[in-house]
Design a protein around this ligand. Structure first.
Ligand SMILES: O=C(O)[C@@H](O)C(=O)CO
Ligand SMILES: [Mg+2]
Length: 259
């Protein structure tokens, strides 16, 4: 059986953030993730994890100015110092939360920066982050995010682009973050792609498509995809990262069915 985690940025948003941990545990999740921990003191988050016996599965490196539309700074020339500081900040949180994975958002390629320059900046930054995380035994994840619906201009929008980056960075602790929702939009052929990419997959997230809602609201056959992950021996986490269509409680039928 897969290990399911709840993404607390998207699930249980009916209650304030710190109350979501307890609701996730009560619903049957054993792990949680969220986009960013930085608005809360690390020990506050650690207490919630420990009180509810939850694993912190993943969070993202600082993304730059999210509210202004930035979606990561790893590919932005001139922002290297800020990127390095973000890696150090994330490491402090990862240690306090005993988190074994950190996701690096590549960022949107600026119109006035040539692709090779953005790519080389990305390679150098990811290499730096991988080295820092390696010393702590932490995996650096790189997520492919769809550029058709949610993030036009995102540097890493296919699994092939992430795999090319992993090859260029050439570090042992860098892995693909495979989000079924984004990959259904960009590539489809989910089970065959997972079979091919499995050795490089460090983390999986999911939502149905279209709509980015819970399993059963769209076109993905989740029981077949989860079954394939079991058959292939995937031992990592599967994080529910969707916007519940009619409230979180009513969206969890897939979790009950999987127990
Ligand atoms: O898929 C997503 O949107 C997230 O996993 C993320 O980290 C960036 O928004
Ligand atoms: Mg995702």
């Amino acid at each position: 059986m897969p290990r399911f985690a709840a993404n607390l940025t998207m699930l249980f948003t009916e209650v304030p953030f710190l109350e979501r941990f307890g609701l996730a545990r009560a619903a049957g999740f054993s792990g949680v993730e969220y986009l960013f921990p930085y608005a809360w003191p690390a020990d506050t988050l650690a207490k919630e994890l420990s009180r509810h016996e939850l694993t912190q599965v993943l969070f993202n490196l600082p993304p730059g100015d999210w509210d202004a539309g930035e979606r990561g700074i790893a590919c932005l020339p001139g922002r290297e110092q800020e990127f390095h500081e973000g890696v150090q900040q994330a490491l402090k949180y990862a240690k306090a939360l005993d988190c074994r994975r950190i996701n690096c958002l590549a960022g949107l390629k600026p119109m006035d920066v040539d692709e090779p320059v953005a790519w080389q900046t990305l390679v150098a930054n990811v290499r730096y982050a991988a080295e820092c995380l390696q010393a702590e035994g932490i995996t650096l994840c790189l997520e492919a995010i769809n550029s058709r619906v949610d993030m036009p201009g995102f540097m890493l929008d296919t699994s092939e682009r992430v795999m090319a980056l992993i090859r260029d960075v050439d570090a042992d602790n860098v892995r693909l973050q495979y989000d079924l929702y984004h990959m259904q939009i960009m590539e489809g052929d989910l089970i065959r792609r997972i079979e091919h990419l499995l050795p490089w997959i460090g983390h999986i997230q999911f939502a149905d498509n279209p709509g980015r809602h819970e399993p059963g609201t769209g076109e993905i056959n989740f029981s077949n995809v989860f079954g394939a992950l079991d058959r292939l021996g995937y031992t990592g986490w599967l994080s529910a990262e969707y916007h519940p269509q009619q409230g979180t409680g009513r969206s969890l039928g897939w979790l009950m069915a999987g127990r």
